[in-house]
Every structure is written in C-alpha cells, then in structure tokens.
Ligand binder design. Structure first.
Ligand code: NAG
Length: 480
C-alpha cells in the first residue's frame, strides 16, 4: 500500500515536471482559437474604462448577428439581467453581487455534496444560512420566450444548473415580486392544463420538489434556490414558443403563485440542467439535448441562446462527466498564465471534479490551484499598485491613474485537449470602479469542494452543450 501511494506521488511529480517543461499553453492547439491565430496572446491590453459597463444598450451588431448566423436552429437573444438592454437599473453594488454569487455557489456545493444529498424543501431552506435581504442570485442572463395560447412574451433567466422552468402566475397567492411583463394568467390561455398528482408528468419532478394539492389532486412544485429565493405553485403543461418554427406543446412548467428572490425583472427561470424535468430533457427528441449560448463581453451588448444541432466547426470538445445528474460535469486539467503552464498537480483537479454553470459568475478553483494562479498573475502585475480585495476576490489593483492596462492572458485546459483562452473581458472584475479591479477567479473553501467554471470566464465563447453525445464544446468568437 505504501509503495502504491509513493508510486502515485512519483507519477504525479513526473507529470507536473513534464508539464512545466513542455507547457500545454504554448502548444498550438487549434481549438478554441482562430484557425489563423498562431501566436497566442500572452499579454492582453485593455482600456481601463472598458472594464466598466456602459450605460447604453448596443443591440446593433450582435443582436442581428444571431439571426443571420444561426438561421436554421432556434435562437433567442441573450441579455444581461441588469444590463442597459433590460432597462433595469442595477442599484446593487458589485460587492453585493459577488456575495450573492457565493450564496449560489454554497447552494450548488450543498447539492453536490454526497453527504447532504438532495434534501427536502425544509432541509434545503435551512441548509443555507438565511441572510435577510440577500437572496440567491440565479441566472444573470435572460432570454424572452412565448408562453400560452395566444402567446405572451416572458423574460426568463436561463440556468444550466436548474431543472424546472417556472414563471410567476396569477393569481398571486403568497408573495410575488415585480417583473417586466404582466404575470402569466393561465385562465387566459387555451393550452394550459393542470397535471394530475398520479401522472408520469408529475413524477418528472424530483421527490424533494414535488407535492400534491389534496383537494383537486393537482401536481405542485416547490423549489428553493437558497436562503430566501423560491418559487412554488402548480406544475402544469403549456405551449412554449421559442421561435415561430419552434413551438413546444405540452411543455411542463411551474405556474408559480408564491415566489420571491432577486430575479431582477425576469418573470421566472428557464431550466437547462440535465435533470428530467428540464427543458433540455423534455425536448430531447426535438433537439437531442443540444443547445449553445454566447454570453456577451459586456452587459451592454447581447448574445444568444440557441437550441438544436448546429455545431461549430472550430469548436474544441471536452467530455461531459457522467458523475453529476443535475449539473454539467467537466474536467479541468490545467491553467496557463501569460503562456506558462502553472505547476499544479493534476490530482488537485481530479479529486473534486468540476461543473460548468451559466449562473455562477466567478470561476471557483481548488485553493491549491487558485494560489498558483494568483501568484503567477500577481507576479506579472508588479507595475500596478495593489489594493485590498473583497470577501471573494483577493488579488486586486488600483487602475485609477491608468488609461490602459496590460495583464497576462489566462487559459484553462479541459480533458480532451481543449484550451480556452479566457477573453480579456473575463479575466478581471471591477469590484469598485477602476479603484479596485480584481483577478476574476476565486478559491473554494478546500480542495474537496467542486470547481465551477463560471459565466464571467465563458464570455464571448460559443459554449456548446451536446447532451446526446456527452460533450461540451467551446468555440472562440461566439458572439461576433
Ligand atoms: C388547476 O388547479 C387549481 C387547483 O385545483 C385550480 O384552482 C385551477 O382552476 C386549475 N386550472 C385549470 C385550468 O384546470
């Protein structure tokens, strides 16, 4: 036994040694980089002001592009929940926004943890310590879909870590929050149907989220995203319209009569996880569990969410790990900073595994990996004054006196030889204007927690979820 352990350690040592000698990062991968881009960008330069979101919405280029490029498949325009395109003023600070991001991560870690399993409604509600006024931020990116007959438009947060799709419904029986559109009224739709408690449809819901309205034996759902963020109501079937050519009849969704949380002005949530009640699973025959999105480089521009098979030729694919039933599992194998592979023992990543999430903002890494990243990054930023960080982000700089800033490129490698060069917009995060701009990665509490590849780092890539073939793809220049 002792010999086995030491030989494993020895192999890892050799592997780390080889990696640092022959960095993955400097090899031309051909994946996730433009075909003609031979020289990788080891140093990136940005105008400091471009780190801050603009106040005006630029739908011109990217908005129209999603229609022209993705002509056959069904495509929805993606907006940031608090971006100017939603015409919602974000009155919350980035500090608060990042605190919510941590609450989401705590909830994901609790769901992933083998010991806690998938608790009941009450257990879930108490698992995350309540913090008044701060609910779990879910989503961050929204799309607008049609629901009912005649069709009404609703703006929903899309979320690859959530199963059920729900929208606020009339009548509101508990609490309801203000939303952009009128609340969905099932009595005005000819295609709305309640679902019986004893139907197979009702059983699509996980037992912890499923209930039965005793007097009419109507299926109900209750979902809690964190401390105070929840939705409950009837689980019903309805016509969902993605585009004029993509109409999904008998789509099962939650008609929420008691909802609360910081959902911005969104009417609810569009669940894209691999769970059986998700849109992805319910439309498996039509779209083969395939969808892709591009998250724009800034909240003032737009991206897209696209359903069905249209696979980019330039994408690099990594296998989706089958270990997670309600998340998309992936394997991170390495990180490069400024073109050099960090000396991280690969077992640091494999011990816990990782997921990709459209709703978590900041990528979470095992502390050992984060420490290596932070030190390498900071080592190349000695020209800039350092500043204190935030609770979550701790490698921060004061760019007040600079018009442009140069910083090392960061890339993340995944199993299968896919290397994703994080877009310049996804490496730094302005926590407090240009006075406190931080490296946009964070450490988990310990190496046993799961890594999460967050949406800030996914920006500008077409991220392709191919559930049928168990693959996840990244193609650069996805939004433009
Ligand atoms: C759905 O069930 C609820 C509870 O029984 C009921 O109030 C509502 O009218 C039903 N809606 C339809 C369209 O059957």
């Amino acid at each position: 036994m002792a010999r086995l352990i030491s030989s494993i350690k020895f192999t890892s040592f050799i592997y780390v040694f080889l990696l640092s000698l022959c960095p993955l990062c400097s090899l031309k991968k051909g994946y996730a980089v433009e075909a003609n881009e031979h020289i990788k960008k080891h140093v990136l330069t940005l105008e400091v002001n471009s780190l801050l979101a603009s106040d005006s919405c630029d739908q011109s280029s990217k908005g129209s592009l999603c229609v022209s490029v993705i002509d056959k498949a069904s495509s929805l325009q993606v907006l940031h929940k608090y971006g100017p395109c939603m015409q919602v003023l974000n009155d919350r600070s980035h500090v608060e926004f990042l605190r919510q991001d941590q609450l989401r991560v705590d909830s994901i870690q609790a769901r992933l943890s083998k010991n806690s399993g998938h608790g009941t409604f009450e257990e879930m509600a108490t698992k995350i310590p309540a913090q008044s006024g701060i609910a779990l931020g879910t989503g961050n990116y929204v799309v607008t879909v049609g629901l009912g007959t005649p069709k009404e438009s609703f703006t929903l947060e899309f979320d690859t870590a959530s199963g059920i799709t729900w929208t606020q419904c009339q009548p509101c029986l508990g609490s309801c929050y203000p939303q952009k559109e009128q609340k969905f009224d099932p009595t005005k739709s000819t295609s709305y149907n309640n679902v019986s408690c004893f139907s197979a449809s009702c059983n699509l819901l996980p037992a912890s989220e499923r209930g039965c309205f005793a007097s009419s034996l109507t299926c109900t759902y209750q979902i809690v995203y964190g401390d105070q963020s929840f939705s409950e109501g009837f689980f019903a079937s309805e016509t969902l319209t993605i585009s004029s050519s993509d109409v999904i009849t008998n789509f099962l969704f939650g008609c929420g009569q008691n909802n609360d949380g910081l959902f911005g002005q969104a009417a609810g949530l569009l669940g894209l996880s691999p769970s059986s009640e998700s849109l992805t699973s319910q439309t498996a025959e039509k779209y083969q569990k395939q969808f892709s999105y591009c998250l724009p480089s800034s909240p003032s521009s737009t991206g897209y969410l696209n359903f069905g098979g249209k696979v980019s030729q330039t994408a690099g694919f990594t296998p989706l790990s089958p270990d997670f039933s309600s998340f998309y599992g992936i394997d991170i194998v390495g990180i490069c900073v400024g073109g050099s592979q960090l000396p991280i023992d690969p077992s640091i990543f494999t011990t816990s595994g990782a997921i990709i999430d459209s709703g978590t903002v900041i990528t979470r890494l095992p502390p050992t990996a984060y420490k290596a990243l932070k030190e390498a990054f900071d080592g190349k930023m000695s020209n800039y004054p350092k500043t204190n960080g935030d609770e979550l982000l701790d490698t921060c700089y004061d760019f007040s006196n600079y018009a442009t800033v140069s910083f090392p490129g960061v890339s993340v490698s995944f199993k299968g030889g896919v290397e994703v060069d994080i877009d310049a917009s996804g490496i730094l995060y302005p926590v407090d204007g240009v006075k406190m701009v931080c490296l946009a990665f964070a450490a988990n509490k310990d190496d046993s927690e799961f890594g999460i590849f967050g949406n800030h780092q996914q920006k500008t890539y077409e991220v392709i979820y191919d559930g049928a073939n168990g693959m996840l793809g990244f193609a650069s220049g996805g939004c433009s």
